[in-house]
Design a binder for this molecule. Structure first.
Ligand code: 4AD
Ligand code: MG
Length: 429
């Protein structure tokens, strides 16, 4: 008999089948054991009745503990009242009786759960978050592949900084001096557009950021996209269409997971295209009116991001920032004071999920910016070189996967959205 996946249990109703998984909860009522089983794909209640199974199997049931691994055979039946399916057990095999499991049904503190992350991952909510994460990843790939993008794998070990020198993880690289862990693959994607037009990468990036907020990790996953012949407006349109398509996919494919997470899906359903657009100046004025003490040329703090979207169903683009507080590679508008960049702020307090911009494509201007930012000219020679051979207007953006997944799941702290979070105070497990 083949083993079925629990996510397909309903299609086997009335049939004899086999399942393999773990008992995450159980109770007995004298002559019946109710075993809650999960197999990675889904959940089911298995019912073992004393008068149906052999006495050998009945005695085995007494050995079952939380997380005991089992293989069960029986018939799938529909619950008499609910839209649920159950397994009427005929055969039961224990693969391993689990030792006393440290995570019980009672409340545990976040530190205890994070110390036991290798086990905590099995909990229902953590399962649901990883399913949503997988759907979001697939959604990004699907959208970009359909739109003619080519995946380019950028390097992780790099000689130069992409997002400023204050958050670099540094290491000694043989006889070649210092190397850094990549903060974003963007600069390499800019090279690749001259070969492939529209490209993206998707991988781990690193920021030695001293922030201890619920939105910061030291290792997280970023999807960078880069497009030749795209200006700032086209860049934002691409971003909102991608995000919108992911929301629709999650709403379509992850309803069970969002229910487990008790995520109110109404705010997600209300989101429409196009997203709201505010310039940085308009955003600051609005925030000041709402009581923020933000100054005219300042970055938005976490609280500002939450405040800014308070009355908005849709995500908000904040664009055209004062160039002096943004990255060296960003192209400026006619005033030469504002960067043609955008941050996309998610509603409901989930903060910045995308950073993007049009890139400076003129050799002399970019050379000047590299000097102004006191970046080591030698390490940026290759990047400048791209402005010599058929340079074109181009734009791109980076999505922080954990922030996007956190928003979809309604998870306030993004450390739960990555399997093994790396924080400044945590490197284990
Ligand atoms: O805004 P950032 O720094 O932009 C870049 O790195 C660009 N080079 C991307 C590009 O244009 N290709 O980072 C992009 C996104 C942020 O909007 C945020 O969602 C996420 O990455 N992010 C973080 N996520 C978790 N922990 C951190 N410490 C993060 N820093 C940025
Ligand atoms: Mg940013």
């Amino acid at each position: 008999m083949d083993i079925i996946s629990l996510k397909n249990a309903s299609s086997h109703a009335g049939k004899a089948i086999k399942i393999a998984g773990w008992v995450f909860n159980f109770r007995s009522s004298g002559s019946i054991y109710f075993l809650q089983i999960r197999d990675g794909s889904g959940y089911i209640q298995a019912i073992v009745s004393k008068d149906v199974v052999s006495s050998k199997i009945w005695d085995l049931c007494a050995k079952i503990t939380q997380e005991t691994s089992v293989i069960l055979e029986g018939e799938i039946t529909k619950h008499p009242k609910k839209e649920e399916y159950e397994l009427q057990v005929k055969e039961l095999e224990i693969v391993q009786v689990a030792e006393e499991y440290p995570i019980s049904k009672k409340e545990h503190g976040p530190d205890f759960l994070l110390d036991n992350r290798h086990l905590w991952l099995r909990s229902k909510k953590q399962w649901a978050i990883q399913k949503v994460r997988n759907t979001v990843i697939n959604g990004i790939y699907e959208f970009l592949n359909n739109d003619g993008f080519n995946k380019i794998d950028s390097p992780i070990l790099t000689p130069n900084a992409c997002e400023g020198t204050t958050t670099l993880f540094e290491l000694e690289y043989f006889d070649l001096g210092k190397a850094y862990l990549s903060q974003s693959g963007q600069l390499y994607l800019e090279a690749a557009i001259y070969s492939l037009g529209k490209v993206f990468d998707f991988g781990p990036v690193f920021r030695a950021e001293k922030s201890k907020t619920r939105r910061h990790l030291t290792e997280f996953w970023m999807m960078d996209a880069e497009m030749a012949f795209y200006d700032h407006e086209m860049n934002m349109k691409m971003q909102e269409e991608l995000i919108y398509s992911i929301i629709q996919k999650v709403l379509k494919e992850c309803i069970q997971e969002l229910e487990i997470l008790e995520r109110d899906i109404e705010p997600l359903k209300k989101i429409k295209l196009p997203f709201t657009r505010l310039t940085h100046n308009e955003a600051v004025k609005k925030l000041q009116k709402l009581g923020s003490d933000i100054k005219d040329n300042e970055d938005l703090g976490g609280d500002d991001e939450t405040l800014l979207t308070k009355d908005s169903d849709s995500p908000v683009f904040v664009d055209k920032w004062p160039a002096e507080i943004k990255s060296f590679y960003m192209k400026r508008d006619e005033s030469d004071k504002l960067a043609l960049c955008d941050d996309l702020i998610a509603p409901e307090g989930f903060g910045e999920i995308i950073g993007g911009s049009q890139r400076e494509d003129d050799y002399n201007t970019l050379e000047k910016r590299i000097k102004e930012h006191k970046l080591p000219a030698k390490d940026f020679e290759w990047y400048l070189d791209l402005r010599k051979y058929g340079s074109v207007p181009h734009s791109g953006f980076g999505i922080g996967l954990e922030r996007l997944v956190g928003w979809m799941c309604g998870t306030k702290h993004i450390r739960e959205t990555i399997p093994f979070p790396r924080l400044i105070t945590r490197l284990k497990p």
